[in-house]
Write a protein that binds this ligand. Structure first.
Ligand SMILES: Nc1ncnc2c1ncn2[C@@H]1O[C@H](COP(=O)(O)OS(=O)(=O)O)[C@@H](OP(=O)(O)O)[C@H]1O
Ligand SMILES: Nc1ncnc2c1ncn2[C@@H]1O[C@H](COP(=O)(O)OP(=O)(O)O)[C@@H](O)[C@H]1O
Length: 210
C-alpha cells in the first residue's frame, strides 16, 4: 500500500497473554439462522468470564447495527462482512483475548480467508449444526416465515446458500444438545487442547487508588 507505513508496537501478543494469564484465539461460530450461534456464544462468554478469562463477543446482528451497517445480504456484502469481522477478531487475539464471533458466514472461502489471517491454532471453527427444518421450527425472530412468504430476498437456507464446514474443529448438533451442554463442550475443548486451564481462577478485585 503506497504512503502507508506499518508501525511496530512495543507490546506484543505474548506480553498481553502473559499479563492475562491465558492464550488467545478466535472461536468462529458458523451456522444457519436459528441454529443457536448467539445463544451458545453468549453461554460460552459467560463461562469464560466466570473463569477470569478475557473474551470479546462479536455478533453478526449487533455488528450490522454499527461497523457493518452499510452491508446487506448479497454474496459480495457477506464476504465483506466476514472480512471486516475477521480483521477485528484478529485485533482482539493480538491483544491477548479470546474473540467469539457469531455470524452465519455461509461461504467456505470467506471463513478460510479469516483462518489464513491467523497463525495455526488461533482460529477455532465451531460449526453450530442444526437441520434447516429445526431452525425453521424455532424461528426465534420470525424471519423464516417472512422468507417463505417472499418478504426477505436471499435468505440463507431458503433462497441463498449455506456451505457447511468440512473440517471444523468443533461440531455441535444443537438438535441433540442443550445450549448449556454445547457451551460446556466448547470449554472442554479449550481445556483439553491447553488453551485455558481447568482450575477456577481465584476471585480477584481491584482497588483503584486516586
Ligand atoms: N437475507 C438474510 N439471510 C440471513 N440472515 C438475515 C437475512 N436478513 C436478515 N438476516 C438477519 O441477519 C443475521 C445474519 O447476519 P450475519 O452478519 O451473521 O450474516 S452473514 O454472515 O453475513 O451471512 C441473522 O441473524 P442470525 O439469525 O443470528 O443468524 C438474521 O437475524
Ligand atoms: N439446543 C439448542 N441450542 C441452541 N439454541 C436452542 C436450542 N434449543 C432451542 N434453542 C433456541 O433456538 C434459538 C436459537 O437462536 P439464536 O441463538 O439467535 O441462533 P442464531 O444466532 O444461530 O440465529 C433460541 O431461541 C434458542 O433458545
Amino acid at each position: 500500500m503506497s504512503n502507508v507505513t506499518w508501525h511496530d508496537t512495543f507490546l506484543q501478543k505474548e506480553d498481553y497473554r502473559r499479563s492475562h494469564g491465558h492464550y488467545s484465539a478466535v472461536l468462529w461460530f458458523t451456522g444457519l439462522s436459528g441454529s443457536g450461534k448467539s445463544s451458545i456464544a453468549n453461554a460460552v462468554s459467560k463461562l469464560l468470564h466466570e473463569k477470569g478469562i478475557h473474551a470479546s463477543l462479536l455478533d453478526g446482528d449487533n455488528l450490522r447495527h454499527g461497523l457493518n451497517n452499510d452491508l446487506g445480504f448479497s454474496a459480495e456484502d457477506r464476504t465483506e462482512n466476514i472480512r471486516r469481522t475477521g480483521e477485528v477478531a484478529k485485533l482482539f487475539v493480538d491483544h491477548g483475548l479470546f474473540c467469539i464471533t457469531a455470524f452465519i458466514s455461509p461461504y467456505q472461502e470467506d471463513r478460510q480467508r479469516v483462518r489464513a489471517l491467523l497463525p495455526q491454532n488461533e482460529f477455532i471453527e465451531v460449526f453450530v449444526d442444526a437441520p434447516l427444518d429445526v431452525c425453521e421450527q424455532r424461528d426465534p425472530k420470525g424471519l423464516y416465515k417472512k422468507a417463505r412468504a417472499g418478504q426477505i430476498p436471499s435468505f440463507t437456507g431458503i433462497s441463498a446458500p449455506y456451505e457447511a464446514p468440512e473440517k471444523a474443529e468443533i461440531v455441535i448438533n444443537t438438535a441433540l444438545k442443550s445450549i448449556e451442554d454445547s457451551a460446556k463442550q466448547i470449554i472442554a475443548y479449550l481445556e483439553d487442547k491447553g488453551y485455558i486451564h481447568s482450575e477456577k481462577k481465584a476471585e480477584r478485585s481491584w482497588e483503584i487508588q486516586t
